[in-house]
Design a protein around this ligand. Structure first.
Ligand code: HEM
Length: 450
């Protein structure tokens, strides 16, 4: 199916108010708003205050934006909300500077390197799972959040980061993320004009994280020999080799970027997978059987993870239904035409990965959980650009393989020993925070008898 606009007019999402446009509706229920826009067609006009923007909900348009005509787009302005913490780190930097940072950091994400993080992932998971009692209720999302913070710190930065620093990151990050969200909806300059309690808490949390970041950079500098391919070592070595652009501030910004990007998203993916496993116990049993067959009670290995085909399909379907990064934005650098639609220069373009991945024109029963849709040839027939939880093109997720390994290693380690069940059958509505999260997600853990 090719989307070429027969009528180049782009429909407007109804319900825009004078002065504020759609802003209040977007803030109140962003997911519902994005679905309404998707119902109007591949692309719709929305209003952020008086300013017009676009909302894209179709994979072919998304491919144009992220890959084929990526040169005509830059990161959207909503990324600016993260500038106070992430500075000019790899998520926010652009052009040739971004390309060189990515080249410097790539070695930390090679297949071999990621496999070498596996022990850290497994033992961090075990440290938590072995403290559970049979029948205990666990707040799954919060637990995964803490675990992901630990995993990203201990694998990306081989530092003896003190426990209190890890706890501080875990405590401060949600305040910072919700601050980012407010700043996406209301211009930061306006927010800072009227200092509020939440504004002060946001800056205090940013400052606490910044202090930790600077301390870690200083600790590394004080070390003699640096570990090979550790992310911080790659950055510091580049500076040591005379790279004038790799200042301490830049290294700090990269550290914060990796910490934020790596600890916000994976817990959402693990949380949603567990939610679905609780809802579909037969799927959970099938994963347990696969994990038992591959590992037979032994610790997970990189080679073994490659054999978890069914588990991977389940995680993939969970990432389709609940993409942790559910919407992103770009800005047109010039007038550009995508699939027949003319977009004006200097206009914000939001795209909803959530809507793209639930497009009824692509997926049969788009709102249903069907891991089998990814089986063999059937899965290969689905257009690649209609499954983009990690983005696409030159700005795709550098941590994609890390995340796949982490999610599978943690789920396999969990399900080797435990069966998880929802505390009740109440639906779990997605909360569109920085990532699309399932809320606290209380689940009962039952020790498996084998
Ligand atoms: C399920 C987990 C994850 C999801 C769904 C996810 C999703 C994404 C997406 C959609 C982007 C593209 C943003 C854009 O196009 O503007 C992105 C970028 C990025 N992600 Fe991830 N991510 C995940 C895990 C991770 C992890 C574990 C790390 C690090 C350890 C990481 C680090 C990054 C970085 C640094 C970028 C910016 C890359 C660049 O601009 O060159 N992510 N991620």
């Amino acid at each position: 199916m090719t989307v070429v606009a027969e009528h180049p007019t782009i429909p407007k999402v109804p319900g825009s108010l004078p002065i504020v446009g759609h802003t209040l509706r977007m803030v109140r229920n962003p997911l519902k708003f994005a679905s309404e826009a998707a119902a109007l067609g591949p692309i719709a006009r929305i209003y952020l205050g008086p300013k017009m923007a676009y909302m894209v909900s179709n994979h072919e348009l998304l491919y144009e934006i992220l890959v084929r005509q990526a040169k005509s787009f830059e990161k959207g302005r909503h990324f600016e909300r993260a500038r106070p913490l992430l500075g000019n780190g790899i998520l926010l930097s652009s052009g040739s500077f971004h390309r060189r940072q990515r080249l410097i950091m790539n070695p930390a994400f090679t297949k071999d390197n990621i496999a070498s993080y596996l022990d850290i992932m497994r033992s961090a998971a075990d440290d938590i799972f072995t403290t559970w009692e049979d029948g205990q209720v666990v707040q799954m999302y919060h637990m995964f959040y803490e675990l992901a913070v630990r995993i990203v710190i201990k694998s990306m930065f081989t530092t003896d980061m003190a426990e209190q620093d890890i706890a501080e990151v875990y405590r401060s990050m949600p305040t910072v993320i919700s601050g980012f969200e407010r700043r996406a909806a209301i211009p930061p300059a306006l927010l800072d004009l009227f200092p509020t309690k939440s504004g002060k808490e946001f800056y205090a949390a940013v400052e606490r994280l910044r202090v930790i970041g600077h301390r870690i950079v200083a600790d590394y500098r004080a070390r003699g020999e640096l570990p090979k391919n550790d992310l911080m070592a790659l950055l510091l070595n580049s500076a040591a080799e005379g790279d004038k652009l790799m200042t301490d501030k830049q290294i700090h910004d990269e550290f914060m970027t990796l910490l934020t990007a790596g600890s916000e998203t994976a817990p959402s993916a693990m949380g949603w997978s567990c939610y679905l496993l609780g809802k579909y116990p037969e799927v959970q049993e099938r994963i347990q059987a696969e994990v038992d067959e591959v590992f037979d009670g032994r610790p997970v290995t990189a080679k073994g993870l490659e054999r978890l085909e069914y588990t991977r399909r389940v995680v993939k379907e969970s990432l389709r239904l609940y993409p942790p990064v559910w919407a992103i934005s770009r800005c047109t650098k010039e007038n550009v035409t995508i699939c027949g639609y003319d977009l004006a220069a200097n206009t914000q373009v939001f795209y909803s990965i959530h809507s793209v991945q639930r497009d009824p024109g692509v997926y049969e029963d788009p709102d249903e959980f069907h891991p089998e849709r990814w089986e063999g040839e059937k899965g290969k027939r689905l257009p690649r650009s209609a499954f983009v939880p990690f983005g696409a093109g030159s700005r795709n997720c550098i941590g994609e393989n890390f995340a796949w390994t982490e999610i599978q290693a943690v789920l396999a380690t969990l399900l080797q020993r435990w069966t998880i069940n929802p505390v009740d059958n109440a639906p779990v509505p997605p909360v569109a925070m920085g990532a699309l999260v399932p809320g606290p997600l209380p689940m009962t853990v039952t020790r498996r008898k084998k």
